[in-house]
Design a protein around this ligand. Structure first.
Ligand code: COA
Length: 178
């Protein structure tokens, strides 16, 4: 896989069909799909895309302002990522500034690592400066993805709300990254 060809961009109407295929793949694979990731009942494609894009400037409670990225290779959506512009108490406990998922058929090819690298290069990430990333200690792929992008493990704590341990990583973009 040529990682030079991976592009992250905000959702567009043209990419929706491929994006929804990738979500179907994740669902079949048994991954958790959040309601906000897919069209709501009766929501058309343009309205769905507009909702995702609008979330960058106008928070949809209980979440915060969030930039959604769809990662493509040659026009096929291979992953999604989200950059949350701030942390609520809940996100500080679990969730952090960035989330990412890779289409199951495209896993273990470096896509998450490249997606996170590109997200961390965005002006918004640089503006945030010091980012919190969280993941389960058992999620080897996610831990490695964060470590490969300069994540420094700060602590591991049990989070009651999700009933499991969580690794807390800090990525400091002010000390040169990329
Ligand atoms: C976690 C996830 C995003 C990783 O995506 P990916 O594109 O497969 O990750 P990469 O290919 O960039 O791999 C990163 C590292 O993890 C390793 N890795 C990937 N999948 C692995 C697995 N199942 N078991 C062990 N190691 C794995 C890779 O070999 C690579 O290691 P390396 O840097 O030493 O070569 C993907 O598995 C996923 O979408 N999982 C479900 C959602 C999720 O867990 N999101 C993160 C929540 S914190």
């Amino acid at each position: 896989m040529q990682m030079q060809s991976l592009i992250i961009s905000q959702p567009t109407v043209e990419l929706v069909a491929s994006y929804l295929e990738s979500i179907d793949e994740m669902r079949i694979h048994g991954d958790r799909i959040w309601e906000s990731w897919v069209p709501m009942a009766g929501e058309g494609t343009p309205e769905f895309v507009a909702r995702l894009v609008r979330a960058e400037t106008s928070a949809i409670p209980p979440s915060v302002t969030t930039t959604t990225y769809w990662a493509t290779i040659s026009g096929t959506v291979v992953g999604r990522g989200a950059l949350r512009h701030e942390l609520t108490q809940d996100l500080a406990e679990f969730g952090g500034h960035v989330s990412y998922e890779v289409r199951p058929s495209h896993r273990r090819q470096g896509i998450a690592t490249e997606m996170l690298r590109q997200i961390l290069l965005t002006p918004k990430a640089k503006e945030i400066g010091t980012l919190l990333l969280t993941c389960a200690p058992a999620n080897i792929a996610s831990n490695k993805t964060i470590q490969a992008n300069g994540g420094r493990l700060v602590k591991t704590s049990f989070v009651e709300r999700i009933d499991r341990d969580t690794n807390y990583y800090r990525v400091d973009l002010s000390i040169g990254h990329g």
